[in-house]
Design a protein around this ligand. Structure first.
Ligand code: ASP
Length: 367
C-alpha cells in the first residue's frame, strides 16, 4: 500500500516501517512510503490520562517506543508502567485501592503475539509494577500463571524491589473509611458481607472518597506495529476492597487479555467476574479470526455477557446488566475498537497522535 504523507506523519511512519521512497528534490516534502500495517496502540481511557509527573501518557509512550523499533510488548508494558507507578490512579499498581484487609494485591497478564508466549501473576503484594513480573513469568519460566505469596519470592529472586506496603495516604484513608463503615458485618455471611461492602463502596463513591472509575479499574494496553506484530498487557489492583485472594479477569489469559499474533488482541476493564465467566478476550479474538471487524467482534462478546447475566442482583430495572465492562481491541491489520456495556471512553494513539474516544456501547447511558 502506498500513501502520501505529510512531513509530520512521515517522521513517525518511516521510523515504523523503515521502507521509504523519498522525493529528494521536494521543497515542500511529498513523501511516499510503502507500508504494511498502520501502527496503533489502544488502551483503557486511563492510558491517555495519567502521566506520573512526566510529559507522556501510556499510549503515547507505547506508540513512540513501538514505532522507533522497540519490541511491541516492551512498548506496551513501558506504557502501563507509567500508570502502575502513578499514585493518582487508584485502580492500578502503587496506590491501587487495597483489599478488604487493607493490603494492595495486584494482578497482571501479558502476551507476546509473534513469540506465542504468555505470562501472568495474581495476588502479588509489594511490587509496584506487576506487569514486569508477568513479563518475567513469560520470559523466564516454563509457566503461564504464578499466584499468591510465592510471586513475591519469585520477584525478589529476580531483583525486583519488594515493599512492605503499596498503599498511598489516599488509598489507606479510603480503606479505613470503608472498614469503619463495614467492619461489624465483615465475615458473618459472605453474601451479606459482599452486598454491604458494595453498598458502602458506592456510598463512598457518591461522597467523593473514591473515583467512580476506580471501584473497578485497570489498564489494558494493546499494540500492533507496522510489521503487524501484536502484543498486549493488562494490569490492575482489581476490585476495590475485594475479599483477600479474590482474583479477577486481568491475570487470566482469555479473560482480561488474549493475543493471537496472526489475528489480534483484546483486553478488558470492568466487572471481572462477568468476563471470567465468558472468557471474552478469547471470544473476541476468535470472532476476529472468523473475519469480524474488532467492533463487531467486541459487540458479540458484550451480547454474550448480557445473555449469561441472569441473577437478579446483577440486573437493573430494565433487566440489563447493572455493571460496566469494556474491551479494547486491535486486529493484525491495525483496525481497532473500544466497546462497552454502557457509554464509556477509551484511548488510542496512531500516527496522528493520542486521542480519547467514545466507546461503542451495547446500551446507552449508565448501568
Ligand atoms: N477487571 C478488573 C477486575 O475485575 C477490575 C477492573 O477492570 O475494573 O479485577
Amino acid at each position: 500500500m502506498s500513501r502520501k504523507l505529510s512531513r509530520r506523519n512521515f517522521v513517525v511512519s518511516s521510523a515504523a516501517t523503515g521502507m521509504m521512497i523519498s522525493n529528494s528534490s521536494a521543497k515542500a516534502p511529498t513523501l511516499w512510503i510503502q507500508r504494511g500495517v498502520k501502527p496503533v496502540v489502544v488502551s483503557s481511557s486511563n492510558g491517555n490520562r495519567f502521566k506520573n509527573g512526566g510529559d507522556a501518557t501510556c499510549v503515547v509512550t507505547a506508540f513512540k517506543m513501538m514505532t522507533q523499533g522497540a519490541d511491541v510488548l516492551d512498548a506496551v508494558i513501558a506504557g502501563v508502567n507509567i500508570v502502575e507507578l502513578d499514585p493518582e490512579d487508584t485502580s492500578v499498581g502503587y496506590g491501587g485501592l487495597p483489599n478488604a484487609d487493607g493490603v494492595v494485591q495486584l494482578d497482571s497478564s501479558c502476551m507476546h503475539g509473534p513469540k506465542k508466549r504468555a505470562g501472568a501473576v495474581a495476588c502479588v503484594e509489594g511490587v509496584r509494577t506487576p506487569s514486569l513480573v508477568a513479563k518475567a513469568v513469560l520470559e523466564q519460566t516454563d509457566h503461564h500463571l504464578l499466584v499468591g505469596k510465592d510471586v513475591q519470592q519469585f520477584a525478589r529472586n529476580l531483583g525486583f524491589k519488594i515493599e512492605d506496603d503499596l498503599n498511598t495516604d489516599r488509598s489507606r484513608k479510603a480503606w479505613l473509611e470503608w472498614k469503619r463503615r463495614t467492619d461489624s458485618e465483615h465475615y458473618l455471611d459472605p453474601q451479606k458481607r459482599s452486598e454491604i461492602g458494595m453498598a458502602k463502596t458506592m456510598e463512598m463513591v457518591n461522597e467523593g472518597w473514591i473515583d467512580p472509575q476506580h471501584v473497578f479499574g485497570t489498564i489494558n494496553c494493546n499494540g500492533v506495529n507496522a510489521k503487524g506484530e501484536i502484543c498486549g498487557v493488562t494490569t490492575t489492583s482489581g476490585l476495590a476492597f475485594k475479599i483477600p485472594g479474590r482474583v479477577g479477569d486481568s491475570p487470566i489469559l482469555g479473560a482480561g487479555l488474549y493475543v493471537d499474533g496472526e489475528v489480534g488482541a483484546a483486553g478488558s476493564t470492568g466487572r471481572g467476574e462477568a468476563n471470567l465467566f465468558n472468557l471474552c478476550s478469547f471470544l473476541i479474538v476468535e470472532n476476529m479470526r472468523r473475519g469480524l471487524h474488532p467492533k463487531d467482534a467486541g459487540m458479540e462478546a458484550l451480547k454474550r455477557i448480557k445473555a449469561n447475566t441472569i441473577e437478579k442482583r446483577l440486573l437493573n430495572n430494565k433487566g440489563n446488566p447493572n455493571f460496566g465492562i469494556n474491551f479494547y481491541i486491535v486486529n493484525a491489520k491495525g483496525e481497532y475498537a473500544g466497546v462497552s456495556m454502557y457509554e464509556s471512553k477509551y484511548a488510542v494513539c496512531t500516527e496522528n497522535g493520542p486521542q480519547t474516544l467514545d466507546t461503542e456501547p451495547l446500551f446507552k447511558g449508565k448501568p
